[in-house]
Design a binder for this molecule. Sequence first.
Ligand SMILES: *Cc1c(COP(=O)(O)O)cnc(C)c1O
Length: 371
Amino acid sequence: MVDTKNQYLKIKTEVDAAIHEVLDSAAYINGKAVQDFTAALNQYQGAGFTIPCANGTDALQIAMMALDLQPGDEVITPSFTYIATTEVVALLKLKPVFVEVDPQTFCMDPEALRKAITPKTKAIVPVHLYGHAAPMEAIMAIAQEFGLAVIEDNAQAIGADHQFADGSVKKTGTIGTIGTTSFYPSKNLGAYGDGGAIFTNDADLAHKMKMIANHGQQTRYYHEMVGCNSRLDSIQAAILNVKLKELDKYIVARQTAASFYNAAFASQEQITTPFVASYSNHVYHQYTLLLEGVDRDGLVAHLAEKKIPSMIYYPVPGHRQKMFSAFDLPNLDLKTTDWLTERVISLPIHTELDMEQLSYITENLLAYINR
Ligand SMILES: *Cc1c(COP(=O)(O)O)cnc(C)c1O
């Protein structure tokens, strides 16, 4: 699904030098590399404040901890997302309230969001799924109307642009109260280990989240609040600093691969290629097709036989996970989510795909569909 090895080989000299610089400095934790990367990422995002942390799941947890949510408070999230988004809600003893996604963008449906709001609702967690922005203009308007915090889960969409009706453009992750992201190796900006970051324009929240990520302290050994230990290590930051300079090129490479797929599948009635809304671009963390009237298991097996990887993101939506069986989930009738779960299939998408590989994948997929 990804080819991080060949991607690394193209930047090996720079990455190896950056790693050796950290080794020579011996500043493994909170070193200069972390400060440099944090500043560069903050600038890239156009964010007010950027706080590095250990991974994208911690980023979500720290964001929710900073909002002072109380046990039982309701947090509205899509069910059609990676488990980390919703797991953190449960971990903090908050109540996950799952809502539908739009069948075209796979992102939170603002009308479903509005209907799910109760007096106990405190926060909304939209997910920019697969690299396409959630409809933030509508979501932010609803959040403002009801006085709710918004945490954007931007783990899959770093670098994506969201355009507003007035023509202004913002990077995803910088629109809500807080935005979070992940540097897991297969993410669009991937480290060679774990990493994550949090974005906000609110100075007080930034200060608080920095403390939470560091055992609730500002001054060493004086712990003002309960926090956790969540650090981005210097070696990962040094690697990310090299890769951040490549991110826009990486996005173009993914978009080029997606265009090839789109053209190859355009005339196929059984295949719906990824939709791109007018307010968003697509950074293709995943390239996900919707199949209609196709034996999906058969297709996956056929592709595997031809040594072509494919994945189902996600086979079981949040509201059907055993993890949440003890929760009194209010909204379980998620027909669009269930419908999507049965029809999606993701193809390999990354920065190293060449024409030969893309042709091989599309030809074999089409041979199965039209057999
Ligand atoms: C990857 C991912 C996360 C979690 O990131 P980790 O760094 O693996 O903890 C959270 N949400 C979404 C949507 C993701 O894809």
